[in-house]
Design a binder for this molecule. Structure first.
Ligand code: BES
Ligand code: MN
Ligand code: ZN
Length: 503
């Protein structure tokens, strides 16, 4: 559950009712560019003239994210006016999420707010703006015995005069569905690793089937099931932990009917998520500093879970299968050792040289499972796979690997549309050579060079000829380290927009 919810609507005109004791007037937000230009020159002229006066009196420069508020303290009948800087107009598309965060900060403690959107900002910005606004209200306080006071905001009206009301209503439904998916992903990823073990993560998938009973069904495989299927790589990771590993398989029927007796997905999109509820490194133990952040190592699975929620909530007319590879990587006398050789579901033998390269081991069996059981039009996996990707791209862009030109193109477009950015990375054979093993078919690490690329090459070894596939290394973007230390919900927005564009 999000810590706080508010209604959002879009209207063409702004009519503010007179204030009463119980219903104070709202706050009116006006956007200002770095050239002092007011965006959304709409609504009652008095707000524009007050905004203009405020810009002059406060020497407001329209700097991105800065704001000034006039609370009209001597005039109880007038609303507060806030000017929010949006910076350079030609960078507005890149900065819209920052504008939304600044806006939320300004309005969060009013009961209602009117945002003068005007005709400068189009629908593209609108979707990103709304998801970022809802994202800004997010808090994770499940474990606080004394949570901070909730924000008082209940209602936002966005005043626009571009595109039709239907356009905006549709965009709003999609943006809110996306935000719900992002919230789910963040809630699950932020949870403590003793609370959210692999079985609990699989239960979150079960919950989806309850929430969307008409379209979603879930099957959970346990370690015994996986042993029967020959998932030796997955089990090599999971066996070191007392917490049992689970493979959650979610089916979403948006095109085919789930109610049909022999319901079967028709050429589904397939999503696969790395769900390490904790990654200690196993026998190749990680250093102590910052190890607590490895509770976020299920960020891939969380993002897939969130994407399925967004897709179901928006009612996209596609068939979709999603697999969460849920395990815990721990050192014990039952753990896999460096040097062990194990066999994946498709018969490939793998020499484990570093037990901390566990993500690729759980994923390769999940990828085999999907290809064995579904005729997927494309498989997209998301994983907090390598520290090397954090070094290469930081937390700004996810590393994107693919064997399919069309998918690359469509994901690039979705990336720019949502601001949930990706960067295309290579898969040359010359990198793949680094993971040839001396004694088995493949080894699970490729040496110091190009660590994110060789991890992707490892996964590609399990993709059948002709199967379209994308791997997103989200190790950087999945969460914010440091003082906030909170999950981002990425790349839910990217995947949901991609799926919408393909529907
Ligand atoms: N979950 C980690 C990757 C990771 C590290 C994500 C830091 C985010 C921040 C992954 O399982 C891992 O440990 N990868 C190793 C691979 C290495 C042993 C080849 C790494 O990146 O160090
Ligand atoms: Mn690891
Ligand atoms: Zn890991």
């Amino acid at each position: 559950m999000p810590a706080h919810t508010f209604q959002i609507s879009v209207k063409n005109t702004l009519t503010l009712k007179k204030a009463t004791k119980n219903k104070p007037l709202p706050i009116v937000v006006v956007f200002v560019s770095d050239e002092g230009q007011i965006l959304g020159n709409l609504g009652d002229a008095q707000y524009i003239s007050r905004a203009t006066a405020l810009i002059q009196q406060s020497h407001f420069k329209g700097t991105l994210g800065k704001s000034v508020t006039d609370y009209a303290l001597d005039d109880q009948a007038s609303p507060a006016i806030s000017i929010v800087g949006v910076g350079k107009l030609d960078k507005l598309a890149d900065n819209i999420a920052k504008v939304a965060v600044a806006t939320y900060d300004v309005i969060k403690n009013s009961q209602s707010a009117a945002i003068l959107w005007g005709d400068t900002i189009c629908q593209i910005h609108f979707t990103q703006f709304v998801t970022a606004l809802i994202g800004a209200s997010y808090r994770f306080e499940h474990h606080k015995t004394k949570p901070k006071d909730a924000d008082t905001l209940r209602e936002i009206v966005i005043i626009s005069n571009k595109d039709t009301q239907t356009d905006y209503d549709k965009a709003l439904v999609f943006a809110q569905a996306t935000a719900a998916g992002i919230t789910t992903a963040r809630d699950v990823a932020n949870e403590a690793p003793n609370v959210l073990n692999p079985s609990e993560l699989a239960k979150k998938a079960k919950q989806l089937a309850k929430d969307y009973a008409d379209t979603v069904s879930v099957t959970v495989l346990n370690e015994k099931d996986m042993k029967k299927l020959g998932m030796g790589c997955f089990l090599a990771v999971s066996q070191g932990s007392d917490a049992e590993g689970k493979l959650a398989v979610i089916e979403y029927y948006g095109k085919s009917k789930k109610s049909d007796k022999k319901a079967k997905l028709d050429k589904p999109f397939a999503l696969v998520g790395k769900g390490l509820t904790f990654d200690s490194g196993g026998i190749s133990l990680k250093p102590a500093a910052g190890m607590e952040e490895m509770k976020f190592d299920m960020g891939g699975a969380a993002s897939i879970l969130g994407t399925v929620r967004a897709v179901a909530e928006a009612g996209l007319e596609i068939d979709l299968v999603a697999v969460l590879a849920c395990a815990e990587n721990m050192p014990s006398s039952r753990s896999a050792r460096p040097g062990d050789v194990v066999t994946a579901m498709n018969g490939t033998t793998v020499e484990i040289l570093n037990t901390d390269a566990e993500g690729r081991l759980v994923l390769c069996d999940a990828l085999c499972y999907v290809q064995e059981h579904y005729d997927a039009r494309i498989i997209i996996d998301t994983a907090t796979l390598t520290g090397a990707c954090v070094i290469a791209l930081g937390s700004v862009r996810s590393g994107m690997y693919s064997n399919d030109e069309d998918a690359l193109f469509a994901l690039q477009a979705a990336s720019e549309y949502t601001g949930d950015l990706v960067w295309h990375m290579p898969l040359d054979d010359a990198y793949d050579e680094q993971i040839n093993s001396k004694i088995a078919d493949v080894q699970n690490i490729g040496g110091r060079e190009a660590g994110s690329v060789t991890a992707a090459c490892f996964l590609q070894r399990f993709i059948k000829e002709g199967q379209a596939w994308v791997h997103l290394d989200i190790a950087g973007p999945a969460w914010k380290s440091g003082s906030t230390n909170t999950a981002s919900g990425r790349p839910v927005a990217l995947l949901t927009q991609y799926l919408r564009s393909q529907a």
